[in-house]
Design a protein around this ligand. Structure first.
Ligand code: PMP
Length: 395
């Protein structure tokens, strides 16, 4: 049967599900010899391989019946309790998800209808745009700067629209690396509450700060006011290993209960062995592990900024990350897709920024990920990128 046989038989929502631009692009950049700053993968040398091997063997040997049996949809109880304790909430306010990507999908399933507005930053996380898009909402986007969502623009949008929720990544945003300062966080929480619009806080990069200071989350600020208007998504992907697919949602009980029902239909539960393994891994040396990850990424980010300062022509603007895995770049009147074509000739790759803008725009922006690169590769990669850019600017 050919392709049309099947496409004519898919449901209406299948047309809205599209291949992720980045995943398609990554195939191109995986050619041998290409220095790829395109992917968003954590550094594999930081994965807890030995500890995981030991603990997984022990779990299977000693508690194999539990690890290999079906488990509760809500999650493995000790891991749920660990999260609940860390957040100072009740266990019923925590759901373990199969990656926070699943949390995003479940939120879409529970909150969005076809045509309903949902508010996002421009740019925003592509995986969230993709997850929400499957439910056919109308994207309302709000501009941002190096300090996160522009709250004037948000208030302006909320005078016109009543979104089902506001999706924000206030800490080391993917893709822009923006960090929202405390005062703006406080105001965002107030605005959302005043308008009766729930806030979804995606905090995948929460722990990856470089300067020793962790800002209060929107979730904490909201709870301190007694509102209960924030659903928080956290993940073990960037602090342990993304392949385990273990993450969590923390939020008001009615929301968590509904997400549990939605999750039942999706996968019954997150793999029990993975949850038990994550729980075992956070019991021992977890803080030291995370501190080391911060150090490694900080050194890479610094190398990146040094290389960009050395090589980039004037007019190019780039972020100076204070945490996370990305540098965001704005080109002076150059299309980033055109630059990518030129860059691939030099065997260097990145992700053009336009797909991160749910409402269009951003053609002159791009994202560079330094997490998997060595300092030498970063130097060489930025040298090659500046050569490609120099050729375009000379045209
Ligand atoms: N949110 C953001 C902002 C991300 O960057 C990512 C991963 N790149 C995710 C969520 C998904 O993470 P997980 O591995 O927990 O599904």
């Amino acid at each position: 049967m050919d392709n049309t046989y099947w496409t004519e038989r898919f449901g209406g929502s299948a047309a809205r599900i599209q291949a992720s631009t980045i995943r398609e692009l990554l195939k191109l950049t995986q050619r041998p010899g290409v220095l790829s700053f395109a992917g968003g993968l954590p550094a594999p040398e930081l994965f807890p391989k030995e500890e995981a091997a030991q603990k997984a063997a022990q779990i299977l040997r000693e508690r194999g019946e539990r690890a290999l049996q079906y488990g509760p949809t809500e999650g493995y109880a000790p891991l749920r309790e660990w999260v609940a304790q860390r957040f100072g909430v009740e266990v019923e306010e925590v759901l373990i998800t199969t990656g926070s990507q699943q949390g995003l999908d479940l939120l879409g399933k529970v909150f969005l209808d076809e045509g309903s507005p949902v508010l996002l930053e421009a740019p925003s996380y592509l995986g969230a745009i993709q997850a929400f898009r499957a439910y056919g909402p109308r994207f309302v986007t709000v501009a941002m700067d190096a300090e996160g969502m522009d709250l004037e623009a948000l208030e302006e949008a909320l005078r016109r629209e009543r979104p089902r929720f506001i999706y924000a990544i206030p800490t080391f945003q993917n893709p822009s690396s923006a960090l929202m300062p405390l005062s703006r966080r406080e105001r965002l929480v107030e605005i959302a509450h005043a308008h009766g619009v729930p806030l979804v806080e995606d905090d995948a990069y929460a722990e990856l700060y470089f300067d020793g200071k962790k800002l209060p989350t929107l979730f904490e600020l909201d709870r301190a006011q007694g509102y209960g208007n924030v659903v928080y998504l956290g993940s073990f992907s960037k602090v342990l290993a993304p392949g385990l697919r273990v993450a969590y949602a923390v939020g008001p009980k009615p929301v968590i209960a509904k997400l549990v029902q939605a999750k039942q239909g999706a996968d019954l539960h997150t793999p029990v062995l993975n949850q038990m393994l994550v729980h075992a891994l956070v019991q021992e040396g977890f803080e030291a592990r995370v501190a080391r990850i911060r150090e490694v990424y900080r050194a890479k980010a610094e190398a990146m900024v040094r290389a960009l300062e050395a090589h980039m022509p004037p007019g190019v603007r780039f972020s100076r990350p204070r945490g996370g895995m990305f540098v965001w770049m704005e080109l002076p009147g150059v299309n980033a897709q055109a630059l990518l074509e030129e860059a691939l000739k030099e065997d260097v790759a990145f992700v053009p920024g336009a797909p991160f803008f749910a409402g269009g725009g951003g053609e002159n922006t791009l994202r560079l990920s330094y997490a998997t690169m060595t300092e030498g590769e970063i130097q060489e990669g930025m040298r090659r990128l500046s050569q490609a850019l120099g050729r375009l600017l000379a045209l």
